[in-house]
Ligand binder design. Structure first.
Ligand code: ASP
Length: 304
């Protein structure tokens, strides 16, 4: 008789531009996900477990490590989950929770797929998520550097004049006294023993940005996609990623039979080398990553 079971796989990233020295955080997250798969939990539960671990780590731009907005006070977070069984949930511009990925998972059980801002936060409270506000020392330092850079001529974000942020300023407070920050958003893709695929991603967004800015991370087909042929997670500059519907474009290539490494490379090749981009993907038989920056990752498979 045929063994129809699939080899479970987990692949986690810590963001395009993230430090390889933080790779142990990805390994820890991959271990959480693999433990969930080995307990018999499905691909979505495993991808979510990996991202919770990354959000709690504090070194990555997600959850407790999220970057500060330009006012030096606000933290706006985006997160999303999707699986090949049709579950889809996301939050955007969410404030005041510890694990946005768990709120995104809770949104997947509602009649909607995406909640944002105040409505997302109220939803989180009704689902029992306690208020949480924490800013890491790394985020405070980044913010100080960023504000300093915005007062120079060195563009803080690719192809955008620093003055644009002053021109469209929409925070309550004036800019105080404010280095392109790396895009160390987090993401995970998983394959479970039944052959289901899932993706989960979470970010504090990209800095500098105006209040209410949303990138690719919670946008289906741009920052993430999962279907019967695999799962893809993307990191990098959201304003550019959304224009290529990058996660879905790469997914379609994999679904069409292209080797996974080539599909990832073709996705990366769509972008100017100055734009931070990173991708991870898992298919029925493969898993891999590509980035034009340093990108911490961890891959784990269960070969038993
Ligand atoms: N893609 C994220 C965004 O633009 C940032 C990142 O990947 O680090 O919000």
């Amino acid at each position: 008789m045929h063994d129809t079971r699939c080899r479970p796989a987990v692949l986690v990233h810590g963001g395009a531009g993230g430090s390889r020295q933080d790779e142990d955080g990805c390994v820890h997250a991959a271990e959480s996900a693999m433990a969930a798969l080995q307990r018999g939990e499905d691909a979505l539960a495993a991808a979510t477990a990996a991202v919770v671990t990354m959000e709690d780590d504090g070194r990555f731009n997600a959850g407790s490590g999220s970057v500060l907005c330009l006012d030096g006070l606000t933290v706006e977070m985006d997160a999303a989950v999707m699986d090949s069984r049709g579950r889809l949930g996301a939050v955007a511009c969410l404030q005041g929770v510890k694990n946005p990925i768990l709120v995104a998972l809770a949104v997947a059980a509602t009649p909607h797929w995406l909640l944002c801002g105040e409505g997302a936060e109220r939803f989180a409270r009704t689902r029992g998520f306690a208020h949480h506000y924490a800013v890491s020392e790394k985020s405070r330092n980044r913010h100080r550097q960023l504000i300093a850079q915005l007062h120079t001529d060195a563009a803080a974000t690719y192809d955008v004049d620093n003055q644009e942020f002053m021109r469209f300023w929409n925070y309550d407070k004036p800019i105080s006294a404010a280095v392109a920050t790396p895009c160390d958003t987090v993401g995970a893709v998983t394959r479970d023993i039944q052959g289901n695929f899932a993706v989960a991603g979470s970010t504090g967004g990209s800095a500098p940005s105006l209040l209410g800015r949303v990138g690719d991370t919670p946008i289906v087909g741009s920052g993430f996609y999962a279907g019967p042929f695999g799962a893809v997670a993307v990191t990098g500059l959201g304003e550019h990623i959304v224009r290529h519907l990058l996660a879905h474009t790469v997914y379609q290539a994999i679904a069409g039979g292209m080797p996974l490494a080539l599909a990832l490379q073709q996705g990366l090749d769509r972008f100017d080398a100055q734009i931070d981009i990173g991708l991870i993907a898992v298919s029925r038989t493969e898993a891999g990553s590509r980035s034009n920056r340093s990108m911490p990752t961890a891959l784990m498979t269960d070969d038993r």
